[in-house]
Design a protein around this ligand. Structure first.
Ligand code: SF4
Length: 394
């Protein structure tokens, strides 16, 4: 049996049970229904939609209709805009309410802004995402900073427009003139900046449509980070044009911080299956949280990765290393529901503040602390997983 990590309610983690008193902590059950994982009891523990809020145009769209057809008898409330729904968004209430909203509520909207931004780190470009919000609840997550923690998945139903925009952008780039750390040949587009495409795939075909679109784009690649293992994605045909980046962190950190995610060991164990299904498989070593024992635990994680991952995965794998950034407002919110997370996330003696463009006060490790930590992590990778090419460390 694989060791467990992560705050995964699917695995009956006693620590998470004690912390939140969730009832949804039964062991994983085998798939049921039509055989798709999304119909399984396991999937329903992540998402069990009981109410839908939607913009009229989103509800009437083909994608909206497809989603609603899978949710018969679920009440639907029309809203003028998906962006701010007072009864859903915000930081008030307990985490039990947040996670219930994330599990039981779905918002359908129409994405208005279709712009692709240059990136250069994780990907060459950040594509307009097909969702915003997440059913998971990592304590360090930046996604809810604008809507607040009770930020369920908003699916954008104008997926054809999103894909048409990406296709135009890809074609306008032409062939990649020279390799860079993002990729040797292809322009890489991050398609999941503000959510998790693997979870979105439990309730709609947006992720499948994106994967299919990139299969037909020989000069580009889709890329998304994920903390959730969705076996339904193995049934798709990415044709090597989608990069899945499984996010990894030591078990103790994940148990404390990665709320509602798949255990880290499960993400590692899934790597070969995803490669065999035609994905490129990379790893995000992130966020790296500096706390007593972090070097020992990262060494242990890298050793486990080296033991478990087969050579065919190692030969094509690469990693991003991202040290934790935090946020003062998020810190205040977390103190209210999960102060133990703040014991490791909030380290003023080692962190410095920076005001972001939107006025929020962000916190990151002080430069020298960060540089030393990155250097040490590089050494650990060289010792325990020397095959793992570091695409960038930040
Ligand atoms: S899985 Fe990603 S998007 Fe979802 S809560 Fe965690 S960090 Fe945020």
């Amino acid at each position: 049996m694989q060791p467990t990590s992560g705050g995964d309610p699917f695995d009956g983690e006693p620590e998470q049970q004690a912390l939140f008193g969730w009832a949804d902590t039964a062991p994983a059950a085998p798939p049921e229904g039509d055989g798709a994982f999304r119909n399984s009891a396991t999937a329903r523990r992540m998402l069990d939609i009981r109410e839908v809020y939607g913009e009229p145009a989103a509800l009437a769209s083909p994608r909206g209709q497809q989603i609603l057809a899978r949710l018969p008898e679920v009440p639907v409330t029309e809203v003028a805009g998906h962006w701010r729904i007072p009864s859903l968004h915000g930081n008030a209430g307990s985490v039990a309410r947040w996670t219930r909203i994330k599990r039981e509520t779905l918002v359908l909207g129409v994405r208005q802004s279709l712009t692709t931004r240059p990136n250069g780190r994780s990907a060459d470009f950040i594509a307009p995402g097909a969702s915003n919000g997440c059913a998971m609840a990592c304590a360090y997550c930046y996604v809810p900073r604008r809507k607040g923690y009770a930020n369920p998945i908003t699916l954008f139903t104008n997926i054809e427009a999103i894909i048409a925009h990406i296709q135009r952008h890809v074609r306008a780039q032409g062939t990649k003139p020279e390799p860079n750390q993002c990729d040797r040949d292809a322009w890489v587009y991050d398609v999941g900046e503000n959510g998790d495409c693997s979870v979105d795939a439990l309730i709609c075909d947006n992720t499948a449509d994106l994967i299919a679109a990139f299969r037909a784009l020989p000069t580009a690649k889709a890329s998304f980070a994920t903390k959730f293992v969705n076996p339904d994605l193995l049934e798709l045909d990415p044709g090597g044009r989608t990069r899945v980046r499984f996010s990894l962190m030591p078990q103790d950190d994940s148990r404390l911080l990665d709320i509602r995610t798949s255990p880290v060991a499960r993400r590692i164990a899934a790597a070969a299956d995803f490669l065999d299904a035609g994905y490129e498989v990379h790893f995000n070593l992130s966020p790296v949280v500096l706390r007593p024992g972090w070097q020992r635990d990262w060494a242990e994680l890298l050793t486990h990765l080296d033991d478990v991952v087969p050579d065919r995965v190692k030969e094509q794998a690469a990693a991003e290393v991202i040290l934790l950034t935090h946020n003062e407002q998020l810190h205040e919110v977390n103190l209210g529901w999960h102060p133990r997370a703040e014991d490791v996330l909030w380290q003023p003696a080692a962190q410095e503040t920076k005001r972001s463009q939107n006025g929020a006060i962000n916190v990151r490790y002080e430069l020298q602390v960060k540089q030393r930590a990155i250097g040490r992590l590089r050494e650990l990778i060289a010792s325990h997983a020397p095959w793992l090419r570091i695409r960038y460390a930040f």
